[in-house]
Design a protein around this ligand. Structure first.
Ligand SMILES: [Zn+2]
Ligand SMILES: [Zn+2]
Length: 263
């Protein structure tokens, strides 16, 4: 069984055929899906999806792209949602994105700090997005939460030094199908240094379809491409890639009491 630890099923890309997408995931052994919120609306959508589909869990957070629009009322609404934690598995995606810079850095940092504390107070792990902002991300996390943090750096895109820092802080890393891209050689080099007990898999669907399907909408079922690819690259059997990354996801997101791992 595989877990897609990061997808955006609430995006309009899936509005016409979500039942099929979820069926297709199951047929391909992708049993559990974590819908990651990127906006306040996404938080509510995640809740709705998780009540409709038994195998969907969700997170609460606001993407750094939207930091400039976050209001106090938004935080309060998210705190309200946190009262029913049954299928909430993390705070995220939160972080910094200086690549697209859709919100000013100052606002991105302020929102990030607030959500880091929300994660701490609610005792939930963190799903962190960081792009062209590695140093600031680490500095803020260390300042706010110290040197050991229950977080995953999603869609990992750093080098070996960043990986070392992240691992030293007890964090996890998750990789998307973008490691299958022709130009992703540097990322594949880094992957070889990731210990198997810290690795998780994600699609970030609808984005980042694997090389064989590039240009198309990505979906959770496509994790089978990533598993096959990693098996080749790391010389580890597909079964082992699946079982190790699934164990990690269950442990990291505290899903042990909520999923039936024998299914
Ligand atoms: Zn992201
Ligand atoms: Zn995402």
């Amino acid at each position: 069984m595989i877990i897609d630890t990061h997808c955006h099923l609430d995006f309009p890309d899936f509005k016409d055929d979500l039942d099929n997408v979820i069926d297709n995931a199951k047929k391909n052994n992708v049993q559990y899906l974590i819908n990651v919120a990127s906006s306040l609306e996404g938080c509510y959508n995640g809740k709705e999806l998780s009540s409709k589909y038994e195998n969907v869990f969700y997170t609460l957070g606001i993407h750094p792209h939207d930091a400039k629009d976050v209001t106090t009322a938004d935080y309060n609404k998210i705190k309200e949602l946190l009262k029913d934690k049954k299928k909430i598995v993390a705070i995220g995606e939160i972080g910094l994105d200086y690549f697209r810079n859709l919100s000013p850095k100052k606002e991105q940092k302020e929102v990030f700090v607030k959500f880091l504390h929300m994660g701490k107070l609610s005792e939930l792990p963190l799903v962190v997005h960081t792009r062209d902002s590695l140093d600031d991300t680490i500095e803020i996390m260390k300042n706010e939460l110290g040197n050991n943090i229950n977080a995953v750096i999603h869609c990992f895109s750093g080098g070996k030094d960043f990986l070392r820092t992240v691992l030293d802080m007890s964090m996890y890393v998750s990789f998307t199908c973008n490691v299958t891209y022709k130009k992703a050689e540097p990322l594949r080099d880094v992957l070889k240094y990731v210990p198997m007990d810290r690795l998780m898999l994600e699609t970030d669907a609808p984005f980042l379809a694997p090389q064989a399907l590039r240009g198309k909408r990505n979906e959770p079922a496509n994790l089978v491409h990533l598993v096959a690819f990693l098996s080749e690259l790391l010389k580890i059997s597909q079964e082992e890639i699946e079982s190790r990354t699934t164990e990690n996801a269950i442990r990291f997101f505290g899903m042990n009491k909520r999923v039936n791992s024998s299914s």
